[in-house]
Design a binder for this molecule. Structure first.
Ligand code: NAD
Length: 402
């Protein structure tokens, strides 16, 4: 048992700050039991960002290389929150240095990279996890519990979307998100979350088909300075081709025989961050949208015909994560996407400390499996929508959260 845990975050652009805040909040949630958590370092190639994040989130040091984190004896647990092509080198380096690691999604740019990362994790003694943060959504976890318990009957069909609009503006700067081959755009960036949820809710997929991908804005101006997340930036006169898709959609069949339709778009005008789904089962139905993160719509057979229909269920203490999960622990105070990073950080720290309160963070193999599904979608799109079969995996191999 560790007497204390030193934590660090590598990459503090957009999502890295949520990790930095999550580690800071995690010890305050769900009561006692965790070893003391030391906020040791944030590292970013941009020294100004690193210094700013260290100061704002109360970390003792700002570093400019991941190697400084790997070499530090006072760091035990590290979140990796940099661009996807950097994940493999950094995760492998941290695991070799004996650190416990949480890597952002998608695990890597390719299945081959992810396979190497899974092999590195198997050879290491430490915990290696992938950050499918939406598994920590109380609303989504609540719907999953309803479906898994049989309360809604068996799944018939799931329709899921992740609509964002960060690529709608043609004056948005070129960034790592627009580079890489087909499948590295909306599919990898937001579709990876969606595919994870599609399988979290309905079990493993057996095949995908009917995939289409499109790119609307085909070139972007290179920024003069650094870009953080989806933020605007001062632009140079140099323009570069967008190398990947703005929108992707596909159909899928589960191993169970039920079906799904999935759309991910980063050019969905008016939808900044809409992750949503509707599922239809033999004895009920449920819908969720991240625009209203604290509620789900449910219909089932529990109400008489005269008052049947969808009802809005406010997510509260009866649902996963919320009792003890917020600083003000009171029904109706609400939660948002940033809280999911606190729940995730707490789960990771509990795993490292050998506690078992929250469902553990999914292992790197879940990230590898996710990439195999994304690869099949790309293959289907290249083959004019042909059906592409997926290797069978048992439901527990997805290491779902409850
Ligand atoms: N779970 C989620 O909800 C969620 C949300 C957003 C992004 N992500 C994922 O998080 C990762 C980062 O995305 P982002 O939007 O925060 O990216 P970003 O571009 O905003 O930030 C990345 C940061 O990494 C820094 N960096 C670059 N090279 C580095 C290096 N060698 N060492 C240390 N720092 C380096 C950059 O300076 C930048 O500040 C991606 O894998 C993305 O898919 C996940």
């Amino acid at each position: 048992m560790h007497s204390s845990l030193g934590v660090a975050v590598i990459g503090v652009g957009m999502v890295g700050r949520a990790h930095a805040a999550g580690f800071r909040t995690a010890p305050t949630l769900y009561g006692p039991g965790l070893p003391d958590v030391r906020l040791v370092a944030v590292a970013d190639a941009d020294p100004a960002l690193a210094g700013d994040a260290a100061r704002r989130f109360g970390y003792a040091r700002a570093e400019t290389t991941w190697q400084a984190v790997a070499e530090a004896d006072d760091i035990d647990v590290v979140s990796v929150a940099v661009a996807n092509p950097l994940h493999r080198e950094i995760v492998e380096g941290l695991l070799a240095a004996g650190k416990h690691v949480l890597c952002e999604k998608p695990l890597a740019p390719s299945v081959a990279d992810a396979e190497a990362m899974v092999a590195a994790a198997a050879a290491a003694d430490s915990i290696a996890a992938v950050g499918f943060t939406f598994r920590r959504s109380p609303a989504i976890a609540a719907v999953r519990e309803q479906l898994a318990s049989g309360a809604l009957g068996s799944l018939v069909h799931l329709d899921a979307h992740y609509w964002c609009d960060y690529a709608v503006d043609p004056t948005g700067p070129m960034s790592w998100r627009y580079r890489g081959g087909p499948g590295s755009g909306a599919l990898a960036d937001i579709g990876s979350h969606l595919v994870d949820l599609v399988e979290l809710l309905g079990g493993p997929l057996a095949s995908v088909r009917g995939a289409t991908m499109g790119t609307t804005i085909t070139e972007r101006a290179v920024p003069l300075g650094a870009v953080v997340g989806h933020a605007k930036a001062e632009l140079s006169d140099v323009r570069q081709a967008v190398e990947n898709e703005d929108t992707v959609s596909f159909s899928a069949t589960y191993a169970s025989g039920s079906t799904a339709t999935v759309t991910a778009s980063r050019a969905a005008f008016g939808h900044a961050n809409s992750l949503g789904f509707s599922l239809f089962a033999t004895d009920g139905a449920a819908s969720f949208d991240l625009d209203r993160p604290g509620e789900v719509l449910v219909a089932d057979r529990s109400t008489p015909a005269a008052t049947s229909g969808f009802r809005t269920v406010p997510v509260g203490p009866a649902h996963p994560y919320l009792t003890g999960g917020l600083p003000m622990d009171f029904p109706g105070v609400g939660y948002g996407q940033n809280d999911l990073f606190s729940f995730q950080a707490r789960a990771l720290l509990e795993q490292v400390a050998g506690l078992e309160n929250l469902p553990p963070c999914p292992p790197l193999s879940a990230g590898l499996h996710n990439l195999r599904v994304l690869r099949a979608v790309v293959e289907s799109a290249h083959a004019h929508g042909r059906e592409v079969a997926l290797q069978p995996v048992p439901p527990h191999a997805l290491a779902t959260t409850s």
